[in-house]
Design a protein around this ligand. Structure first.
Ligand SMILES: [Zn+2]
Length: 235
């Protein structure tokens, strides 16, 4: 299709069906995507990897060995980050997740290169939830990061174990212990061992329990180093 014609149709569609900013609902200008310029400026950027005392890295102290911890945004009970996460998870705005992944990937590209990261893995969703939602938001973020950094997306190398229904009968302590053993490697070890430094990606990190579990599973079976990245950190 002729580009000018496409542009005209796009402009026409915007008049008929104006797209609102995810943050403030204001109608977006043609050059704006997902967020208006004001909201883009207001984004609560974490920039932890530039800090000596990295709050996200601290979450994992004494639990699992992490090389570097990256977070794009800070998550609060109300605010822009929450609107973004809701738009992705509950309104199914997949493109937003990919685009934010690209945007953050561009920001941390050099650091990832210096660290020698050569494989990116999305935290797998529980199969039931993946089926219900139809997509794994962390995998979309990984797609964005991989596209701009040229680092291989190897998310399929791990999967979440499917527990049987007897799980519900277990005590709270037993269930908690099970959180530590919920992932398994789903790739020949020889193949996965070609990667020396993994970047584990989650949408929101709160307690870090799932990332810890995934990191431990990978460290049990390989000699890889591990760094982590979250779209948002909820301290
Ligand atoms: Zn806005």
């Amino acid at each position: 299709m002729n580009i000018d014609l496409y542009g005209m149709i796009k402009a026409f569609m915007q008049v008929l069906f104006p797209i609102g900013c995810i943050g403030c609902s204001k109608v977006l200008l043609e050059q704006e995507q997902h967020l208006c310029l004001n909201c883009q400026i207001e984004l609560p950027l974490a920039n932890f990897h530039h800090q000596v005392s990295n709050p996200l890295a601290k979450t994992f102290w004494g639990r699992v060995s992490i090389e570097q911890a990256f977070a794009f945004l800070i998550y609060k009970k109300a605010g822009l980050t929450k609107s973004i996460i809701q738009a992705i998870k509950y309104k199914g705005n997949k493109q937003l997740a990919i685009d934010l992944g690209k945007s953050y990937g561009n920001q941390i590209k050099e650091e990832l290169k210096q660290l020698g990261v050569n494989g990116i893995i999305a935290v797998p969703l529980h199969p039931k939830r993946a089926k219900k939602r139809g997509f794994n938001q962390s995998e979309l973020i990984v797609q964005g990061i991989a596209a701009v950094t040229q680092i291989q997306n190897i998310s399929s190398c791990v999967k979440r174990k499917v527990h049987t229904s007897t799980q519900t009968a277990k005590s709270r302590i037993e269930r908690w212990e099970n959180v530590l053993d919920i992932y398994e490697i789903d790739m020949p070890l020889l193949e996965i061992s070609q990667h020396h430094h993994f970047l584990l990606v989650d949408d929101v990190i709160t307690t870090g329990a799932t990332i810890e579990s995934l990191a431990k599973t990978l460290q049990q079976h390989t000699n890889c180093k591990i760094s982590i990245a979250a779209l948002a950190f909820a301290p």
